[in-house]
Design a protein around this ligand. Structure first.
Ligand code: 7TS
Length: 407
């Protein structure tokens, strides 16, 4: 059993008042808070080990390189990749997906192909494919979403469309839907598709095994899993990464350069041009250690309980509509909702006055909001440091907002 009260003490930011009230941070889907060990590691790294990597022979350069490559190994283990060579460090999920688009996509997609996405994608798994499809002329098709927030006939659609690439979100950042990655990857592979999973909202609260999920590519961000901003990961199956051309050119990724041509290092270094976010990667390593120390099973159970509790208490509020699966087992720790007669921004503003941080807006999923005939939703999201008392405060504050705003 996870002890959230004890865990909260590890997160310095949580012990403050906001607008005169104890902070209730329910926006971890946007970015999670960081434990003191992560903040401390950033400071330790810059105080003791800071140097550029892979190029110096001096002691600090060797230390920084060992640290950076050590976190690569740790990351590979964390998601059960078969080798650290399958881990490319990026700036975040967005860059990881763009890397797949502009490297794998440019080398593999033609005007005869189709890329299959879903309408619940974050813009970062939609816009890169739109840009590339303009350039290469391939078709974009979409798996639709049911009223209760599930993918609509995904297996049939995959069999019918026979895409060259199936790219979809593991856990929706709005509906919270946990998509059946393993099942859909299997169907996609049967029709010869490559599978890219956007794991940005999954890795922080569920054990991910990229091999058993059948992901060919899996993208995520450190900042949503207790790590620093500016670091992300692209997992890619080794044979795929090796067959792919570089994404960006520059220092670090080359083997030999002459004025008219260059040869490149093997992956993952081929995809890491320039000086990476070494300090951030060090901090990410501390975040992975922290999560492993607490235990992913405990985190998963805790966030599932909070989600079930919040789905139950919010759904009792008159005029409040939740978007996404009602079955807590299919629902990650993200709940999007609207309250009749109140604009989500107004609701978020009133809640902020109570020290409660939720997000309002389209959460970078405009097509999904359009599908539900919405411009914006309010969204509460939970992490290992949240408590049932905080969910109670959220529900009470929504009731209060209804009174204040006359809804
Ligand atoms: N994919 C999903 C499912 C996401 O939720 C996000 C960020 C991204 C990709 C992009 O990640 P980035 O780290 O590259 O920015 N989602 C959110 C959100 O829901 N609120 O703020 C950011």
């Amino acid at each position: 059993m996870l002890n959230a009260d004890k865990i909260r003490k590890d997160f310095p930011i949580l012990s403050q008042n906001v607008n005169g009230k104890p902070l209730v941070y329910l926006d971890s889907a946007a970015t999670s808070q960081k434990p003191a060990v992560v903040i401390g590691e950033l400071s330790r790294y810059y105080s003791k080990d800071n140097a550029n990597i892979h190029r110096g022979v001096h002691t600090l350069a060797e230390r920084a390189t060992a640290l950076f490559e050590g976190v690569r190994e740790k990351t590979a283990k964390f998601i059960s990749a078969s080798s650290p060579k399958e881990i490319v460090f990026t700036q975040g999920t967005t860059e990881a997906i763009n890397l797949v688009a502009y490297s794998w996509g440019k080398a593999n997609l033609t005007s005869k192909d189709t890329v299959l996405l879903t309408i619940m994608e974050h813009h970062s798994n939609l816009v890169p494919w739109q840009l590339l499809s303009k350039e290469l002329g391939f078709k974009l098709e979409f798996i639709m979403v049911t009223e209760d927030g599930y993918l609509e006939n995904p297996e049939e659609t995959i069999r019918k469309v026979k895409p060259k690439l199936l790219a979809f979100v593991h856990v929706s950042n709005v509906l919270g839907t946990i998509n059946p990655v393993k099942k859909l990857s299997k169907v996609a592979h049967k029709v010869g598709a490559t599978v890219l999973i956007d794991g940005a909202q999954a890795v922080s609260h569920t054990s991910v095994n990229v091999q058993s999920l059948g992901a060919d590519f899996y993208a995520f961000s450190a900042h949503k899993m207790l790590g620093p901003t500016g670091v992300g990961v692209l997992y890619g199956r080794r044979d795929l990464l090796e067959s792919m051309p570089p994404f960006m050119g520059g220092g670090e990724m080359i083997r030999e350069v002459s004025l008219d041509k260059s040869t490149y290092k093997d992956s993952p270094h081929k995809f890491e041009a320039g000086t990476p976010n070494i300090g951030g990667v060090a901090g990410f390593g501390a975040a992975l250690d922290y999560i492993s120390g607490v235990g992913m099973d405990g985190i998963k159970t805790h966030t599932e309980e909070l989600t079930a509790y919040a789905l139950d208490s919010l759904s009792k509020i008159d005029g409040l509509r939740i978007y996404g699966p009602r079955n807590p087992e299919d629902h990650g720790p993200v709940i999007a909702f609207t309250v009749e007669g109140i604009h989500p921004h107004d609701l978020a503003t009133v809640l902020d006055g109570e020290g409660i941080a939720i997000r309002s807006g389209n959460h970078c999923t405009m097509p999904l909001h359009k599908h539900f005939d919405l411009v914006a939703t309010a969204r509460a999201s939970f992490a290992l440091y949240n408590t049932k008392e905080e969910v109670d405060k959220l529900a009470e504050a929504v009731l209060e907002a209804k009174k204040v705003l006359g809804a």
